[in-house]
Design a protein around this ligand. Structure first.
Ligand code: F6P
Length: 625
């Protein structure tokens, strides 16, 4: 209690100088009315409580009879509950093909146009399949690898120069912009959240790094292409989808381009293994053409402001990669991401999943025939496979299980590539559930006050007990599971009846900091601080409470939590708060940033995220109203 008062006074004294006294008074009154002695301070950061609690309502003795299926409620329809959808189907719709009438033979004029922008396509197959240069020379200066075509995006480059450089802001604070010609930052008062730009909609480190890279790096390095490399059934599409989700969540405009999708649209789903033979000239030409079309679409999208393109194909020969590097010249930086797997069991499992899920085999009624055809296809690729040893690359070798493996990194620098490597080092496909829940109802929830650090209401206490029973039943055979809470007492108290699992307090899981509005009701904010109320309503994602946080700030501080959730191999129960759970859930459900502040996260409901080889699936349990 004393600690709370001291810290409040410090804030109050500092703030009085600049803020309207009325606002302080309202906030201070709310704080005093709500002040409850903390019953949980002094709990160590990690505690293990192995004593079972008994005798409570829905106590442990009854818990093993608990039928958890009884509490299942429908989840909103998002990608997280359609985990069995083949990841390639969720990728970008091929623009060049739909523009050309989708299945009609694609534009043969050699010129395509995106949103009125004309992009010369190389007279590709023939012109691009030049002899393979010495990789060390690919990156040398002029002439060695001549770009015949793509790169003439002058109309867009002009537009680019008018585009401001985006820097983090909380609404309330204006946005900083830097004109391409000026060397100083100006202040942009526009609240245009939809403006397309190549800078991430992000706060803190992500925004700072983006500014630094934009100021210092070569222009083409403002756009990054992660080009997957690897034999079929090595988890490329899955890795690409996961990386796309992570980068989007961090605020980078990221798209996943799957060449298989282009191939299926242009050449149908029933191509046999022969189509993939390296000595089949028609097949080679068709495959190179769709790869070039996808690359063109990706580059066009980058010129419209897209930041990171994930280019998903086998790209397993140096010749193919050389073609892509030439197309990328002057447009984007390429990092190859090669996935290598030497574990026969994992490959066999992936092959079987492919036959079940890939549209390539949707019309093949005979599973064994599909299996044989796919194995023949794989053998065709193996004959000509050339591992990457050129340019900038990341090689993931036997990393799927999360046990050991190797990651090799060559010629990688910069903030974003560094983050990508860090993410890839920490992810794996071991199936495990992650249970997300808000704390039980708090006394502040009852009064409609935001923030604060009150204890649970009576209903909240009942939820805590029900949750303990649920967790005991759901994770009874998962002794390595752990319970994560914030440092606020309503989450710690919600976790307290759960026995037998380590409990970890994370400051990063604390609720969004409402700054001077902490302890107020929304009505009080509307009445006393109407401009703040309106600013938040207008742009809830970027709005930063005076002396507090925005949703973008929350996302930024949650990144280590996401990395740790990815890294964990055992189940985790996360007991946190509304804004924080919105942000965490959005990562798993791949929901766009702008939706995050509006995602429904009801009290007394558990969202179970199942992580696994086929992606992410979601199940919800509503334990009480
Ligand atoms: O009302 C409960 C609460 O957790 C507050 O403490 C917090 O400020 C708020 O939810 C976040 O939700 P929103 O962003 O919709 O105001």
């Amino acid at each position: 209690m004393a600690m709370g008062l001291v810290s409040w006074r410090r804030v109050q004294t500092g703030f009085l100088r600049g803020a309207p006294y009325k606002e302080i008074q309202a906030s201070w009154r709310a704080y005093q009315e709500n002040l409850e002695p903390s019953t949980v301070r002094g709990i160590p950061d990690v505690s293990i409580n192995s004593v079972q609690q008994t005798g409570a309502e829905n106590g442990s003795s009854a818990s093993l009879e608990l039928d958890i299926e009884h509490y299942v409620v429908p989840a909103p329809s998002t990608s997280a509950n359609s985990g069995l959808v083949y990841a390639a189907n969720m990728t970008e719709t091929p623009r060049s093909l739909s523009r050309a009438g989708v299945l009609s033979n694609a534009d043969s004029s050699g010129s395509v146009s995106h949103s009125g922008i004309s992009v010369d396509r190389p007279a590709l197959i023939k012109d691009m399949e030049v002899s393979v240069p010495d990789p060390s020379k690919v990156y040398s200066s002029s002439g060695m690898v001549e770009s015949k075509s793509v790169g003439t995006f002058s109309p867009l480059q002009k537009q680019d120069s008018h585009r401001g450089l985006f820097v983090d802001r909380g609404v309330g604070s204006p946005r900083l912009v830097k004109s391409a010609s000026a060397s100083t930052f100006n202040i942009d008062l526009k609240l245009d959240t939809e403006t397309k730009n190549s800078m991430p909609a992000a706060a803190g480190a992500v925004a700072a790094a983006a500014v630094a890279d934009q100021m210092l790096g070569p222009k083409e390095h403002r756009h990054l292409a992660i080009v997957l490399v690897g034999l079929p059934a090595r988890g490329k599409t899955f890795t690409a989808a996961k990386l796309t989700r992570y980068l989007r969540w961090l605020g980078h405009d990221t798209k996943h381009f799957n060449v298989g999708k282009y191939r299926r649209l242009k050449h149908g789903v029933n191509q046999s293994a022969d189509f993939f033979r390296a000595d089949n000239p028609e097949g080679m030409e068709a495959r190179n053409e769709v790869a070039a079309l996808a690359m063109e679409d990706m580059i066009s999208w980058m010129h419209e402001g897209g930041q990171v393109g994930i280019f998903d194909a086998t790209n397993s020969s140096r010749k193919r990669r050389n073609m892509l590097m030439k197309m990328a010249e002057g447009n984007c930086k390429i990092i190859f991401l090669e996935t290598i797997c030497n574990d026969r069991d994992i490959i066999e499992r992936n092959i079987r999943l492919k036959i079940q899920q890939s549209p390539d085999y949707a019309e093949e009624p005979d599973f064994e025939a599909g299996l044989q055809d796919f194995k023949n296809r794989l053998a065709n690729y193996e004959k000509v496979y050339e591992p990457v040893d050129e340019g900038s690359y990341i090689k993931m070798i036997d990393m799927v299980s999360g046990h050991g493996g190797q990651i090799q990194v060559n010629n990688i620098s910069g903030y974003l590539p560094g983050r990508i490597v860090f993410f890839l080092v920490n992810t794996h496909l071991t199936p495990r559930p992650i249970l997300l829940t808000r704390h039980g109802e708090s006394r502040d929830n009852v009064r409609g006050r935001i923030g604060g650090d009150t204890i649970l209401s009576d209903a909240g206490e009942i939820y805590a007990k029900k949750l303990a029973n649920f967790v005991e039943k759901r994770l009874k055979s998962e002794r390595a599971a752990s319970i994560w809470t914030s440092t606020l007492q309503r989450t710690i108290l919600t976790a307290s009846p759960i026995a037998g699992f380590p409990k970890i307090q994370w400051r990063a899981l604390d609720e969004i900091n409402a700054g001077v509005c902490d302890g107020m009701t929304y009505e009080e904010i509307k009445k006393n601080m109407p401009e703040e109320y309106e600013a938040r309503k207008k742009d809830k994602l970027r709005y930063r409470y005076p002396r507090g946080e925005s949703y973008l700030d929350v996302i930024q501080r949650l990144e280590p939590v996401i990395i740790e959730l990815e890294r964990q191999r055992a189940p985790v129960v996360v007991i946190s708060h509304q804004a924080v759970l919105r942000a965490l859930y959005a990562y798993f459900a791949d929901r766009p940033l702008k939706e995050i502040p509006h995602i429904e996260t009801p009290l007394h409901t558990i969202i179970e995220i199942q992580m696994g080889v086929t992606g992410v699936q979601e199940k919800r349990y509503k334990l009480m109203d």
